[in-house]
Design a protein around this ligand. Structure first.
Ligand code: A2P
Length: 280
């Protein structure tokens, strides 16, 4: 039997797989279709895409051809910045659903707060309505800082189920994680192994821990996310690495190993800054 990921319970009562596949930069067509098919065969049930990745069609095709029941899959997509604001959200979601070939998504996220544009609160109110209409099971945000989450709390009655943010051993987001834990918001890590720009996987401490478990550095870092209670979506289009990244349920990091990795925090991002990231 294929092993699947553990689940986490969200603040709306829905369950989400803790380990999934990210498909940023996977091109639409063969590349993303292969990655998603291999992932689902391997046991992945969470697939994380976005309108702006321009590969929702390929993701949709792969999930339909996977032979796995829709109800067993957990599909996330995201609303792009130029689709924020009253009247724009429903058409954007419907277009994503059409490309995915689905009648609902499990999780829909506001991709970036783009605070300078001042639209994320009304966008959130639209997303709440779309959840009530049954087009989305769980609603959340991505790249939201504490002040943006506070603003949602002040202006609306619905707390996001998930906040997906850049998070890896060099950028651990301790204050944001603490805030989200206190408010029942599940943190989900993007670029969890430090992405292609980082050298997290070349860190000597991580390599030593990897040797002692006969695992790869990526598997150690993914395990660190899981043991921290984070949802984690490493991305890969390579069959071997897709399988490797899921082969993390047969070992455990010790408390000492966890604290060694915790001590690697540098506090510098590899990706865009949510306060200033304002693409249209
Ligand atoms: P590839 O698609 O060729 O596997 P992140 O999810 O942290 O942003 O990292 C994604 C990057 O890391 C991609 O460039 C991906 O390349 C690479 N990658 C994914 N899994 C592994 C792994 N197990 N070992 C090394 N590199 C990996």
């Amino acid at each position: 039997m294929t092993e699947t990921s553990p689940l986490v319970k969200l603040n709306d009562g829905n369950f989400m797989p803790q380990l999934g596949l990210g498909v940023w930069k996977a091109s639409d067509g063969q590349e993303v279709e292969n990655a998603v098919k291999i992932a689902i065969q391997t046991g992945y049930r969470l697939i994380d895409t976005a309108m702006v990745y321009q590969n929702e069609r390929g993701v949709g095709k792969a999930i339909h051809e996977s032979g796995v029941d829709r109800k067993e899959l957990f599909i996330t997509t995201k609303l792009w910045n130029s689709d924020q604001g009253k009247g724009k959200v429903r058409p954007a979601l419907e277009a994503s659903l059409e490309r995915l070939g689905l009648d609902y998504v499990d999780l829909y996220l506001i991709h970036w707060p783009t605070p300078a544009r001042g639209l994320y609160v009304e966008t959130w109110q639209e997303i709440i309505k779309l959840q009530q209409d049954g087009l989305i099971k769980s609603i959340g945000v991505s790249n939201f800082q504490i002040e943006h989450l506070e603003e949602l709390k002040k202006q609306t009655s619905v707390v996001p189920a998930v906040n997906q943010v850049e998070l890896h051993p060099y950028f651990q987001q301790p204050e944001l994680r603490e805030y989200c834990n206190q408010h029942g918001i599940q943190v989900e890590s993007w670029s969890p192994i430090g992405g292609s720009k980082g050298d997290v996987l070349e860190n000597d401490e991580i390599i030593n821990i990897a040797h002692s478990h006969a695992k790869s550095p990526a598997q150690i870092v993914i395990r660190w996310h899981l043991q921290n209670g984070l949802v984690v979506i490493p991305k890969s289009t390579n069959e071997g690495r897709i399988r490797e990244n899921f082969d993390v349920f047969d070992f455990e990091l010790s408390a000492d190993e966890m604290s060694t990795i915790n001590s690697l925090q540098k506090g510098t991002r590899f990706g865009a800054d949510p306060d200033t990231m304002n693409n249209s």
